[in-house]
Design a protein around this ligand. Structure first.
Ligand code: AMP
Ligand code: MG
Length: 319
């Protein structure tokens, strides 16, 4: 579907901006919204035209299902049946950067393309006050993948969204920079057993503490998260990882206190949460310099696992 050019408005996160954003959603149009993870490209999840516009605006492959964003737990439970472990995680981490994948209920009313035809749906209650206010004002389920062209670096500011999608969406609701900076952690269920489908903005350790049990990593291919491509989050430049001394001509992104001479630092003190919040913005800035990118090693603990997941995909050979 080729959409005509539209003049992409910037909306302030005030009453007038929220009312206009909700009106666009009701009309089946797309609005980029701030969440605590990254900016989302929001459309009415019940409206097949709106959902088709999301895939078209991003150039997203149709086999890659969308996360449905909701205002409250009741709205989530009306769409999907969460097992005990899911209710436990929801109680602890919603609203927040956690997505739960669970079987759809009959009569859910979602456009089939949202779930890429699966019988499960991915659900999240975002914590960002602007996202919450918009969801309350709109009053329905909102499908929202990251607000960037498919495969490219995720957006953590309104300016990133505008650089990637201007002319293809109705509006950008500007809520400032995203605090978490990484996409949500995704947990699915193999019967009663919780499975980590994607590392993200809540660490495996924190999820396991809340569950009082280990998370399975992959249920032997039975429960999977489709659409997680090897190359993703990709700058235009080539990316090299685990670099403790950069080559001439490279832009070096450091982590921790031992990266004297780095062009950027994810976190001078080696704080994974700070590095997560800065990751995509630093990649955008480094890429703007037009030189190959080298990134210092990031420890795999806590949010480091999700940071390294994103960096591996940013460095993967391009499709
Ligand atoms: P994002 O690309 O950040 O919008 O996250 C969407 C991701 O959630 C998809 O790429 C899938 O990996 C995962 N996902 C969404 N719906 C499902 C589902 N029904 N079953 C498993 N994974 C899903
Ligand atoms: Mg994305």
């Amino acid at each position: 579907m080729t959409e005509p050019f539209e003049q992409t408005q910037t909306l302030a996160p005030d009453a007038a901006g929220l009312a206009q954003a909700a009106a666009f959603l009701r009309a089946g149009r797309l609005v980029a919204i701030p969440t605590e993870t990254v900016y989302g490209l929001a459309g009415d999840a019940r409206n097949p035209d709106a959902v088709a516009r999301i895939f078209a605006a991003k150039g997203r492959p149709a086999h890659n299902p969308l996360i449905v964003h909701l205002a409250n737990l009741d709205a989530a439970l009306a769409l999907a049946a969460l097992p005990e472990a899911g209710l436990k995680l929801a109680a602890q981490f919603w609203p927040g950067p956690l997505t739960l994948v669970a079987p759809l209920r009959a009569g859910h009313g979602l456009a089939p393309a949202v779930t890429a035809g699966l019988e499960t749906v991915a659900l999240r209650l975002p914590a960002h006050p602007v996202a919450r206010a918009l969801l309350a004002e709109f009053g329905g389920p909102v499908a929202a993948p990251s607000a960037n062209p498919s495969g490219q670096i995720s957006p953590t500011t309104a300016a990133h969204v505008r650089a990637g999608l201007s002319g293809r969406i109705a509006a950008i609701l500007d809520g400032g920079a995203c605090a978490v900076g990484l996409e949500s952690a995704i947990v699915g269920f193999d019967g009663p057993r919780a499975v980590l489908l994607r590392a993200g903005g809540i660490s495996r350790e924190a999820l396991e503490t809340a569950l009082g049990a280990r998370l399975a990593t992959d249920a032997g291919g039975k429960i999977t998260a489709p659409g997680q491509l090897a190359s993703h989050y990709a700058p235009r430049a080539a990316v090299r990882l685990n670099v403790t001394a950069s080559n001439p001509g490279e832009v070096w992104i450091g982590f921790g206190p031992d990266c004297a001479g780095a062009d950027f630092s994810l976190s001078q003190t080696g704080d994974p949460a700070e590095a997560a919040a800065r990751l995509f913005a630093v990649l955008h800035e480094a890429d703007a310099l037009g030189r190959p990118i080298a990134v210092a090693p990031v420890p795999e603990t806590g949010l480091g696992a999700a940071i390294n997941d994103r960096l591996r995909r940013a460095a993967a050979p391009r499709a």
